[in-house]
Ligand binder design. Structure first.
Ligand SMILES: *Cc1c(COP(=O)(O)O)cnc(C)c1O
Length: 414
């Protein structure tokens, strides 16, 4: 029999181990603490000689089941879940970096990640922001203190596509942790392991959950990084095969000490949402492509940013790497068209931040999610004042296009 498709495996993943009463879902485990009949067992679990749960801050059987699913999707050796994508990102970097370390990050980052880069500098790491659409910029920034390179596959919100393959080679050559935020692509479109990623981060709050009803994040280890060569791992976590060392330190120094733990309720909702990830992404990507093409033909639109359009600077790269161009697009309006008035005229599309939802959401970027950083940093990230970000949902395509059509028509009439 040929290996099962990833969606098929995901749907049947929980039943690979015995589940109470033959339930088809892993149930919600809400206990904070886990008891053992023998003290020796408790000791063995604490010392990592026996698997098991001790205290809910380090996870529970429900989140463990979700972690196994994310590992399956990413072909990872292991995954740790967190309370949010930011929880995953900050906890992981705190666990792996030390004062004096150097991090290279893409200049094109999700706003809160960019804000976290500033905090990281304040606590003693050096951060160099580079144009990650060319690996040469990353290579040029490497110093003896460099430990990690952080990029987004498709950048939120301007959709630049990093030179993922080239950067993977730079990281391999210099022994750097290659930390890839694949929130925009999801495992339905792309597996960062294929370009040499060491760690993969997802905001599970977005498309993987899809229904806008849970927050979560994850970090997966692809098994490609040689942790034996990483200088910041503590001796206590260098036990057993080296493939597990990085995640062990992230679970202890990151999840346990920081405490950004995913709740079992949210973990369960994310796991259920993930079952339809491939179906939803297919629909959302085809809607996004149709909307991007339609917008590009509008006289009141000056630019459309969507990797699926031949006009996108990394269109060919995206086509070669991803099995779809994503559900996120951006467009800029002509000076005579006020993006705020346009958003007000939309009747179906929701004016909201968040993305990767089943519903289509739109937001004026410079006025909201990128407001705090100021005009200078916005300019360096190529965020125009009129940029509108659209997270395309799974509504019927005709209904979506009709809503944009009537909104643009109302602007012209005004
Ligand atoms: C939303 C997002 C995050 C943060 O995730 P939360 O779950 O909202 O904390 C990180 N990276 C990208 C690319 C995102 O879009």
């Amino acid at each position: 029999m040929k290996p099962l498709d990833i969606s098929t495996r995901l749907l049947h993943a929980d039943r690979q181990s015995p589940i109470e009463h033959g339930a088809v879902h892993k149930p919600l485990h809400i206990a904070t603490a886990y008891g053992y009949s023998q003290a020796e067992e408790l000791v063995a679990v604490f010392q990592g000689r026996q698997s098991g749960h001790v205290y809910g801050r380090q996870g529970n059987p429900t989140t463990t089941a979700l972690e196994a699913k994310v590992s399956l999707l990413e072909d990872a050796v292991g995954t740790i879940s967190f309370a949010s994508g930011m929880g995953a990102l900050c906890s992981t970097m705190l666990a792996l970096l030390k004062k004096g370390d150097h991090v290279i990050a893409s200049r094109y980052l999700f706003g809160n990640t960019a804000s976290w880069m500033q905090t990281l500098e304040q606590i003693g790491c050096e951060v160099t922001l580079v144009d990650a659409t060319e690996a040469a910029h990353v290579a040029a920034a490497v110093t003896p203190a460099t430990r990690m390179v952080l990029v987004e596959t498709i950048a939120n919100p301007r959709t630049q596509v990093a030179d993922l393959q080239g950067i993977g080679k730079v990281c391999a050559q210099h022994g750097l942790v290659y930390f890839v935020d694949s929130t925009m692509t999801t495992p339905a479109l792309f597996q960062p392991k294929d370009v040499g990623a060491s760690l993969i981060i997802h905001s599970l709050s977005k498309s993987i959950c899809g229904h806008g009803n849970a927050l979560g994040g994850s970090v997966s280890d692809t098994g490609l990084f040689d942790w034996d060569k990483y200088p910041n791992l503590q001796a206590t976590y260098r036990k057993g095969p080296a493939t597990g060392w990085g995640l062990l330190q992230i679970r202890k120094k990151g999840l346990r000490d920081v405490g950004a733990t995913l709740s079992s309720e949210h973990g369960h909702r994310i796991a259920v949402g993930a079952e339809t990830l491939a179906l939803r992404m297919e629909r959302a990507c085809s809607n996004a492509l149709a909307l991007a093409r339609w917008l590009e033909a509008q006289p009141l639109v000056s630019r459309v940013h969507y990797p699926g359009l031949p006009s996108h600077a990394q269109h060919e790269r995206a086509g070669g790497l991803f099995s779809g161009f994503g559900a996120l697009l951006g467009f800029e309006t002509q000076p005579q068209a006020d993006p705020i008035a346009l958003l007000n005229a939309l009747q179906l599309v929701i004016k909201s931040s968040h993305l990767g939802d089943n519903r289509t959401l739109a937001i004026p970027v410079a006025h909201t999610i990128f407001w705090e950083m100021g005009p200078q940093q916005r300019k360096s990230m190529d965020i125009a004042d009129s940029l509108v970000r659209v997270s395309v949902g799974i509504e019927a395509q005709d209904d979506l296009l009709a809503d944009f059509s009537q909104a643009f028509a109302s602007l012209k009439a005004a």
